[in-house]
Design a protein around this ligand. Structure first.
Ligand code: FES
Length: 276
């Protein structure tokens, strides 16, 4: 959102247009393009709504995406990505092919942030039932930064402070078992996901692709704004109720929605990163 206050006018219509114009100029161009691709009548209708809604929270604009994604997109609180010292994480802080962890949209739901060091274009993510949804590709100046839920879509293996079976394998570090690199692999039952293709299934037992975190860059700051794909949050909270209660004090605390995400290299959070 823009800094500073609204223009000095009492005219509500002009006021709405002012904010809407500023919002549209700062929104991720890919999202703007998605909206442009809607039929014109629908777009005009949406604009009328969003001129007001964007004054409240720009992430509301993302709900338009939800309608276009057949319910596969869920907007959550817009959360700023920050470093361990609390200052905003910048694109230049994200080293290529390093696996970073942060927690979004809930306090206890882990995600991975990866700079794939190459432009990653949008992709169609296919589901086993033949349906698909559109993933919007990498962000940043190189369009190389991507983010995914780190909860395996098979049986919800996830990184804990003790160990992580699901990890990113950079190009120079292929899996000993599958010999594949540039993938996200879960060693629990060898589910393989493609971070260049919106988390699509490459191989293994998962029934769903890995859910992706929708990122936005605004004025050099990075935000998480929602989750695309079938998230596994409910199963995660149901299955790990005891563990999460121990770690966070209560399940309510573990489920709290965040508005800031501290990003750390995964081996700073996890004692044993299990690569297989
Ligand atoms: S839990 Fe990840 S492959 Fe089974």
């Amino acid at each position: 959102m823009p800094n500073g206050g609204p223009p000095p006018t009492e005219d509500k219509k002009l006021f709405n247009f002012y904010w809407f114009g500023l919002f549209m100029s700062e929104v991720d161009p890919k999202i703007f393009k998605e909206v442009q691709d809607m039929n014109r009548r629908g777009f005009i209708k949406v604009c009328g709504t969003m001129a007001v809604a964007s004054m409240v929270d720009p992430s509301l604009f993302s709900h338009v995406l939800a309608q276009q994604q057949d319910g596969m997109f869920q907007a959550y609180k817009k959360a700023l990505l920050v470093k361990a010292d609390g200052t905003p994480l910048k694109e230049g802080d994200i080293k290529p092919h390093v696996n970073y962890i942060f927690f979004y949209p809930h306090t206890a739901t882990p995600c991975y942030l990866i700079n794939l060091d190459e432009s990653v274009p949008p992709a169609e993510v296919k589901l086993r039932d033949g349906k698909s949804y559109r993933w919007m590709g990498g962000i940043g100046s190189k369009k190389s930064i991507v983010a995914y839920s780190a909860i395996c879509a098979h049986q919800w293996s996830y990184p804990t402070p003790q160990y992580s079976f699901i990890n990113y394998y950079p190009p120079h570090k292929p899996s000993d078992t599958t010999k594949k690199a540039g993938i996200i692999q879960c060693c629990a039952h060898l589910a393989l996901y493609d971070p260049k293709q919106g988390g699509s299934i490459i191989d293994g037992p998962a029934d769903f692709p890995l859910a992706s975190v929708v990122l936005q860059e605004e004025g050099g700051l990075l935000y998480a704004v929602g989750v695309l794909g079938k998230d596994q949050f409910q199963q995660f909270f149901d299955n790990y109720r005891t563990e999460l209660r121990q770690q966070y004090g209560s399940t309510a605390k573990a489920r709290e929605l965040v508005d800031k995400c501290t990003v750390a290299e995964v081996d700073k959070y996890v004692q044993a990163v299990v690569m297989c």
